[in-house]
Structures are given as structure tokens and as C-alpha cells.
Design a protein around this ligand. Sequence first.
Ligand code: ATR
Length: 524
Amino acid sequence: MTYLTVPITATNLREVGEQLRRAAAGGAELLELRLDYLEKLTADSAAQAVDLAKGIGLRVLATCRSVGEGGRFSGDETALRNILAAACRAGTDYLDIELAGLERSGQAIPQFTPLSPERVILSYHNFEGLPDNLDDILYRMAGYTPGVVKVAYKAQTISDSFAALDILRAYQSQGQQAIALAMDEPGVLTRLLAKKLGAFMTFTSLDEQAASAPGQVMLAEMKNRYRWDSIGPQTRLLGIIGWPVAQSMSPLVHNAAFTTTGYNGIYLPLAVAPETKELNRFLDGLLERPWLHPAGFSVTIPHKQHALDWVRRKGGYIEPLAGRIGAANTLVFEQDGGVSAYNTDYLGAMNAILEAPGMSREKLQGLPTAVIGAGGAARAVIAGLVDARADVTIYNRTIEKAEMLAEEFDCRFAPASDLVRLGENGTDVTTTQPTLLVVNCTSVGMHPNVQHSPLPAEVISKNMLIFDTVYNPQETRLLHYARRAGAGTIDGRTMFLHQAAAQFERFTGQTPPLDLMHRLLEEK
Ligand code: ATR
């Protein structure tokens, strides 16, 4: 059993009671009383807090975290021992004892607590980063206890998480229990995969204020979005690889689709830093760990082209369309260890354009079209538009990239600075049809930089049809300008929906629940 644990970080007993009730109502399975948060911490108040927690009817872990280990307790060994002894007398089920304290005082666990060894969690924390002597630390811990050990360190990059996952895997195969987690956003997968790997517990916070460590996922999110109750050893790992990914709606949509279809998977935000070596390191790390059951990954800015290169280097299958586009937004990991790359942006973008009122394949033929951007998303959009015989010009900040792409796809190119002259030759007042299609394929305007637009308001006229592939926010600054100018608009959500649905099918082999996915996007 992996306990879904909620740290109680209240500073007084009244608040303790309130947090305990919220945690229980939210589905907590174990309560960690962070005694060091109590402003008036004495043996008596510690005992009262344990008493309150016991009254809830859930298991209780008492922790008095010292300043050196990231907590608030600054008293001496004697004071600590009195507090822990009081917590034990009040009936705590588990007690946290720090390795650092034991090593400093030269004491053994029985000198701290009468609790049996399996009720003690021996903990180690490192807020700097992944220590290079983790094996030695675990070895030293084993010398103190045959019971549960806890290792928590700061993840500098997502691949630092593998060390914690490897620990969980090793303990699980030996029939032992451990808690191993990487703190901060890059380590969030260690918290979300804890149950799959049989960790003793994982920590979730009641809300942002009550978080006791960086990177904790909220209790409600863990239960609802990440489907805590249905995670098991065979649960497959999926997610979105990008930088940033916090704003992505993919976890919401894919996890909900798993619930509806009964697919046994968990879909995570995977923040992989922009450098190509970080992407390669992470994907290699997944491939080396088939026991994580990696199944499929969405890929977004800025990794789409390098994800395709990675699959090529691994000798994997590349769908011809993705090969022609030169970018993959979908990676599938087969059970036999093979990998393949697909592109569902093409389909998503073309569906979005063709669903616009009055638009059709015929009307696209020869339609002057400005594509802004020359990255992975732009490649898919350009391929689709060129196939539909639109008259495409690529505008990009880095002109060399636009030039290369124009040559590849046989269309025109221009520097992004030319965008200010976009509407100059062709505002035909006699027609209500768009005379120019504009597609933004850069990340300009994406949350949190919502005040930016790739096109100034003055350039936009009502004969344009403007499609922003950015979907967060729904009405970007560019679309706001377009609407104000009376131009037609297509927001990024339709494209998102269709590319996500096609990905779901690739990942699971099942028909995507399109209505549900659509409703979730609308509600958001
Ligand atoms: P993706 O694979 O999702 O398309 P990408 O390959 O990193 O992501 O491409 C991002 C695109 O957005 C590029 O065309 C980039 O322009 P450069 O080629 O000049 O880098 C464009 N882009 C990103 N930020 C931009 C900004 N602030 N202003 C203008 N263009 C920007």
C-alpha cells in the first residue's frame, strides 16, 4: 500500500484541526503532522496535535523537521527527544527520524523512540541537488534501520528523477519499502509514480499555502486529475514533453479520456529543459527503464524536431508524414522496446482551418497565406497548407530558418519584420471572403506572455482570416486584435482537440472520446 499522505502544516492547534478535517474529506490516507510548524511547540502541544490527528481515524506520522533538513525546528537534541517521546506516548503510528541527527549525536534509533523499527521512517534531505553518493547514504541508513527509509533531494533537471525511481524499483524488487522523491517541478513524476512503484507513501498538499516542500502536487489533483485510486504496478506512463509544460491542457484531457475509456495509464507534465541533450537524456532514460511502462508521449515546444531525430537515431519507425514534416509531436513506445514517431499537428491544423465558417479545400487553393514561425509546429502547418495548394509565405524572426523551410516546401519566405506590410496590397472591399489567411505558429502570446502579439493591431484588416495555434489563452492578443478589426478568427483549441484525439488513438489503440475532450476544453 502506498499512502497518499497530506502534511499538516498549521502553526496552531485550531488550524491543525481544520487542516486535518480538510485532508480527511479530500481523501488523504495518512496524515503527516509537521510538528515543527507549530509556533508554540512543546511536548504538550505535540501530544495534543497527535491526539487531534488520531481522532480523525487515519494513520498518523509525526515529524519534527530540523532547520538543517528544510524544516523549522531549531531546538537541541534533548528538546527534540522530548517532543518525539510525547508524540509516541500520544499514539502516533509512525515517527520520522533524521539520519543527520542520528549521525551527529552518535545515537541509535531506540534511544529516540520506543516504536518498533517498522514504524520509524529514517529520512535524508538534500535541497541542493542530487547527491552523488546516494548509494553510500542508503547503505548508512540500512545500518540504522531495517524499516522504511526516505530520501528526498532537489531535482535540477527532469532526468535527476530517475535516481529516485531506481531506488523505489530496487526496494520494490526486494520486497522492502522506501520513500524516494525528487523535489521541485522537474521531479514531479517521482511523486506521481510513487504508487506505481510501491513507495511507502507520497506527499500531497492541501493547497499551495499548505505545501511543505517544493513540487508537491495538490491532493485534489492527485485524486481527480492523476487518478490516484486507479494507479497500479501495470499502469502505463504517458505525458507531455516540453518547456514550459505547466500551462498545457494535455494532462487534463488525456487523463480524463483514460478514465472514460478504462485505459490503464497516467499522463504527466514532463518539463524537459530546452537543450537537446536534456531531451535525449530523458528519452534514453525512459527507454532504459521498461519497468516504468513508458507508452506514449506528446511533444511540444521546443522539442518536436529533436524528438524525431532521436527516434531516427534509435532506428525506430517514422511515419512518412512526420518524416516529410521533419517534426514529431507524438512518440509511441512499443512493448517490445521499439519507438515510433508521428505527427498529428498536420491533421489538427487542417481540421481547424477547414472547420472555419465558409472555408473549404477549394477556397484554400491559391489563397495567399502567411505562416509566422519556422519551428516544428510551423512545419506541420506548412505541409498541410502546401498539400492543399495554398499560396504560402513563411515569415520568421530567424530568416535563415524561413529560407530553408521555403526551399523544402517550395513556397516563399520573408523576414518577420515584413509582417508590418502584410495587409498592404489587397484589402478587397468587394468581397466578404478572406483574401489572406494568417497562421501564427510561434509561441508569441502564449501564457504567461499574454500581452504579446506576433502581428501589430494596425496590420490586421477585416478581409483576413487569422488562426492562432496558441491555445492558452483561448483568445490571444492576436485574436483579440483580429476580432476588433472584424477579421475571421480560428483559435488554437480546435487544433489542440484534433491533434490530441489522434494522439490518444496512437497511444491506446482506442477510439478517442471526442465529445468529452471537447467539453473539457470548453469548460476550461
Ligand atoms: P515548435 O517545435 O513548437 O514549433 P520551435 O521549434 O522552438 O517550437 O519554434 C518556435 C518558433 O517560434 C520559431 O519559429 C521561433 O523563431 P526563431 O526561429 O527565430 O527562433 C518562434 N519564436 C519563438 N519565440 C519568438 C519571439 N519571441 N518572437 C518571434 N518569434 C519567436
